[in-house]
Design a protein around this ligand. Structure first.
Ligand code: SF4
Ligand code: SF4
Length: 340
């Protein structure tokens, strides 16, 4: 295989020490390259270069505001371990308050030094309070100001999870959490933000986007909500790739969880928002491809959409604004097989 030539022993030794063989690495490259629209050779050589150019090891700064740290857990989930965790090792994760060993003044020093140097990828997990700065302060400083300052000096800003991307659950609380995009806009900071939504962020979406910026030096193509089109976008409707879809088309809707006959039927009447939810969950799945919400009997809550959380609750009935819209669209015949 062509890609093997560009991997030197040094890099492969690191992967092998973590139980990842050459074949697995190249398989990973092939899958990611296809998403980026690059050839496997082009991707793996650029990736190898990016990972091996020690002095240019890209800095990443991770800040957390109004959030539950679920995206951090998603970042650290490591099953085999996946290739992604090694790639994250090779990135210089300069600051991540939850997982770094340092604390207090030491973190503030690292933070100030990183901002001074600039040129890092800034990742923001969580929303930013708009009601009052005191809802989120770090080291006595408003989180809002910390993000503004860090964004100004960054190479790219990634807003992760439903909260960072669109305000998420904090938007529905007294803090009136807003997205990173809205917050920077209010401060008149003209920095493009890549929204990597879902609750929590999907590790593949996060690592893939960091790699895209790293390997190509550009921002990936974004959909109308600022999300990477390769993972979200019009062609990534959960409903179109759902394995319960045949039951939707046949008009078979689960309404009794205790009826074994209905086990695989469509969950629309239990509040599923798959018909308005854009993400590749139903193809990519979660936890290393093991499962995803709908296949394990939960509804899609549209956690990647700007409408999450305020407009999708209550989750398991059709009372939410989102479900009412979906029902109206269904009544208007918008989900017949030919038209969807
Ligand atoms: S409504 Fe939900 S469960 Fe039913 S087919 Fe669509 S995505 Fe699947
Ligand atoms: S299936 Fe729906 S609720 Fe589940 S993670 Fe994907 S977008 Fe979120």
């Amino acid at each position: 295989m062509k890609g093997e030539k560009i991997l030197n022993d040094g890099l492969m030794n690191i992967f092998e020490a973590h139980g990842i063989n050459r074949r697995d690495f190249l398989k990973y490259c092939a899958a990611t390259a296809a998403l980026f629209g690059l050839s496997e050779f082009e991707f793996s050589s650029k990736l190898a270069y990016a990972l091996e150019s020690g002095s240019k090891k890209p800095s990443v700064m991770w800040l957390e505001g109004l959030a539950c740290a679920g995206c951090t857990i998603s970042l650290t989930q490591s099953l085999h371990p996946p290739v992604s965790s090694i790639i994250l090792d090779k990135i210089s994760l300069r600051q991540h308050d939850t997982i770094m060993a340092a604390a207090g003044h030491m973190v503030e020093e690292i933070h100030d030094q990183t901002v001074k140097e600039g040129g890092y990828i800034l990742i923001v997990e969580g929303a930013i309070p708009s009601a009052d700065d005191r809802f989120c302060e770090i080291g006595g400083r408003p989180f809002r100001k910390i993000v503004e300052e860090a964004a100004r000096k960054s190479k790219a800003v990634l807003a992760v999870g439903a909260c960072g991307a669109f305000g998420g659950i904090p938007r529905a609380t007294p803090s009136k959490g807003i997205s990173v995009t809205e917050s920077l806009k209010k401060a008149k900071i003209d920095k493009p933000v890549i929204n990597i939504s879902t609750c929590p962020v999907h590790t593949d979406h996060l690592v893939g986007t960091i790699l895209y910026v790293l390997v190509t030096g550009n921002i990936p193509e974004l959909d109308s909500n600022g999300r990477p089109a390769m993972y979200f976008g019009d062609s990534r409707l959960i409903h179109d790739n759902c394995r319960r879809r045949a039951h939707f088309d046949a008009g078979e809707f689960l309404n009794d969880w205790n009826d074994p006959r209905q086990k695989d039927w469509c969950l629309l009447q239990k509040g599923c928002k798959g018909p308005m939810s854009h993400s590749d969950c139903s193809i990519r799945r979660w936890n290393d491809g093991i499962n995803f919400c709908i296949d394990c009997g939960g509804v899609c809550q549209a956690c990647g959409e700007p409408s999450f959380y305020e407009h999708v609750t209550p989750l398991y009935t059709v009372e939410s604004e989102s479900s009412k819209k979906i029902m109206a669209m269904k009544k208007a015949g918008m989900f017949t097989k030919e038209e969807s």
